[in-house]
Design a protein around this ligand. Structure first.
Ligand SMILES: [Fe+2]
Length: 308
């Protein structure tokens, strides 16, 4: 029972040009050919897509999809979410077609985040072709990356994800103003992290999602490209304590941050020890514009647009 990876993230966006420039030219994702007025799909591995951008009038996370490895796991996890007392809505044929999955179920987590469970993601027969010359992304069975979410009180959601969705605790980081619980559902140190209001984020918002690259040089080049193209940064390059990732944070045109990193720790459940930290970084990660997790920053959109 339980989910096995972060399958995809859906994002509502207002500034299409800035996002396309960021996703392909800076980050190196592959943009799929867009059909009609559908979402903009971005690949980072063999999955049909890992990120779906929905142009419209608002910015922010639209949904997050959690994949199960088998159909039996899908059925059991859906039943488990119902046992937790949450209302589960089956995905419609149109929604399954849009997500490119065989099975889909939707629910709202205890903090109000729109979540989905899916099974049978479409894989592409063509190899991944990055938007710029990079070594590729560390994804595949580890999933798209991780999402870090801000709650009013994360404890009910912690209970839900660990008891009913199959997540296991990796560790905590306790800051003076808040604490973060890092959860894994495969060897990636965390696919999901939960924290209470703090770090500049408001409850109900995505603080950041991450992309892990296969080469530290690709992270460094992305950092250089952000500076060159005037993409605003939230945190400078640094190394995290708990997952040991070397990364930096940029501010997306929708206001939340994106962590671009290399070398994240992988967890072996047989030997893993749950830990606690009081600092997020061994070095670096010093504030640039700060991690807001809020609505779109007009300045970032303008700056990114100007560079495209
Ligand atoms: Fe992160």
């Amino acid at each position: 029972m339980g989910v096995s990876q972060l399958a995809y993230v859906g994002i509502n966006i207002t500034d299409v040009a800035a996002w396309r420039h960021l996703a392909t030219d800076i980050l190196g994702m592959e943009e799929r050919k867009r059909k009609g007025g559908g979402p903009l799909y971005y690949r980072v591995d063999d999955h049909h897509h890992r990120f779906a951008l929905h142009p419209g009038k608002t910015d922010g996370v639209a949904y997050m999809g959690w994949e199960t490895s088998t159909r039996a796991d899908f059925d059991e996890t859906v039943e488990s979410v119902k046992r937790a007392g949450l209302k589960v809505t089956p995905g419609t044929k149109k929604e399954k077609d849009l997500r490119k999955v065989l099975e889909l179920a939707k629910f709202t987590d205890p903090g109000g985040f729109p979540m989905e469970i899916c099974y049978g993601p479409l894989h592409d027969e063509d190899p991944f072709r990055p938007g710029r010359a990079i070594s590729g992304f560390h994804a595949d069975l580890l999933g798209a990356g991780h999402v870090v979410l801000c709650y009013g009180d994360y404890k009910p959601s912690y209970e839900f994800y660990t008891k009913y969705m199959g997540f296991r605790l990796s560790d905590y980081i306790q800051f003076p103003e808040t604490e973060v619980a890092f959860l894994h559902c495969n060897p990636r140190h965390h696919s999901l992290a939960l924290f209470n209001e703090g770090l500049g984020s408001k409850p109900g918002t995505l603080n950041h999602f991450s992309l892990q690259m296969n080469s530290i040089d690709d992270v460094g080049r992305a950092y250089d490209l952000c500076k060159e193209h005037d993409v605003p940064l939230a945190l400078s390059i640094g190394r995290h304590t708990n997952d040991e990732m070397i990364s930096f944070y940029l501010i997306s045109p929708s206001g939340f941050a994106i962590e671009v990193g290399y070398g994240g720790l992988e967890v072996d459940d047989e030997t893993w020890e749950e830990k606690n930290y009081t600092a997020a970084a061994y070095w670096g990660h010093s504030p640039e514009a700060g991690l807001t997790g809020g609505g779109p920053k007009k300045s970032s959109g303008k700056r990114a647009r100007a560079a495209s």
